[in-house]
Write a protein that binds this ligand. Structure first.
Ligand code: C2E
Ligand code: CA
Ligand code: CA
Ligand code: CA
Length: 275
């Protein structure tokens, strides 16, 4: 929306003014939090449902204010994206995840994988590939232990850029998954061109499993799609054993959700892996 008329006077409503001021305030607070090291990364275990083993984890960002409150990522990630702060913050998350992987490998968890969320603004940044290479080199992890989660909507903004970047990433050996799969609108032909490794079934399709008859479930269709495209598949937001059973019956191998484990701090994750 246009914010100024020709004479330079803002004609936005008072509500818009309040909203913009709030966003700017939050942006400054986020930058201060990042610089003050009040952001940290938690790790949510990913489980092989058949064996019950933890095969990896998703890195998730947390913001703890000076007063000790937590601001959820759904509130501050959009601000980080909008302000461009996501480029530096995202690089830091990526490096943190790589160093965590290195330390876990040194403690004997050799096959562990970590998945990191990557925003459009990071991905399309000209220095992204360099920072990815540097993170892998500095931490000395095998690239195939690292997975990047992208979203379907990224395929729509700039498909050519995405295909090129994904090819470079794949050549490095890093894996790619499509997050929140089924909520965007990418076509099957786009999906094939993207050449990803894994689909991640969105929580919304997992939570509706019990209320639908299983033949009609989108989760089942996504599992079948992944099988016919030869892709791995993981369900997110698995909260009940009933959901896990249905997913296993569909042929889904991996799951992530409160049924198994909540996102964990580094030390909680170590305890979890040793138990
Ligand atoms: P997402 O990538 O879809 O992450 C999964 C979210 O589902 C996480 O929320 C996780 O805590 C939550 N979750 C996991 N299991 C369950 C469950 O069984 N039930 C329910 N109700 N929720 C579950 P979280 O950590 O609040 O993150 C929200 C979103 O913020 C993420 O959604 C992701 O889009 C974004 N995000 C988080 N960290 C980062 C990051 O480092 N970079 C970027 N670009 N985005 C991030
Ligand atoms: Ca994710
Ligand atoms: Ca997701
Ligand atoms: Ca989701």
């Amino acid at each position: 929306a246009k914010l100024h008329n020709r004479s330079g006077y803002a004609y936005f409503t008072r509500d818009m003014g309040v909203e913009i001021r709030e966003r700017v305030r939050m942006m400054h607070a986020l930058r201060a939090a990042f610089e003050g090291e009040r952001l940290f990364v938690v790790y949510q275990p990913q489980i092989d449902m058949q064996s019950g083993k933890t095969v990896g984890a998703e890195a998730l960002l947390r913001w703890r204010t000076e007063e000790g409150n937590f601001i959820p990522p759904d509130q501050f990630i959009p601000i980080a994206e909008y302000s461009g702060l996501i480029v530096n913050i995202g690089e830091w998350v990526l490096r943190s995840a790589c160093f965590e992987l290195m330390q876990l490998r040194e403690s004997g968890f050799a096959d562990f994988q970590i998945a990191v969320n990557v925003s459009q603004a990071q991905f399309s940044h000209p220095l992204f590939m360099q920072s990815l290479e540097r993170a892998i080199r500095d931490s000395r992890i095998p690239p195939n232990c690292l997975e990047l989660e992208i979203t379907e909507s990224m395929a729509m903004t700039d498909p050519e850029m995405l295909v090129n970047t994904l090819q470079q990433i794949k050549r490095m050996g890093v894996r790619i998954s499509i997050d929140d799969f089924g909520t965007g609108f990418s076509s099957l032909s786009q999906l094939q061109k993207l050449n990803v490794d894994k689909l991640k079934i969105d929580r919304a399709f997992v939570s509706e499993i019990s209320s639908l008859d299983s033949e009609a479930s989108i989760a089942k269709m996504i599992v079948q799609l992944s099988q016919s495209l030869n892709l791995a598949v993981i369900a997110e937001g698995v909260e009940t054993q009933e959901q896990a059973n249905a997913l296993m019956a569909f042929g889904c191998q991996y799951a992530q959700g409160f049924l198994y484990a909540k996102p964990q701090t580094r030390s909680e994750l170590r305890k979890w892996l040793k138990s």
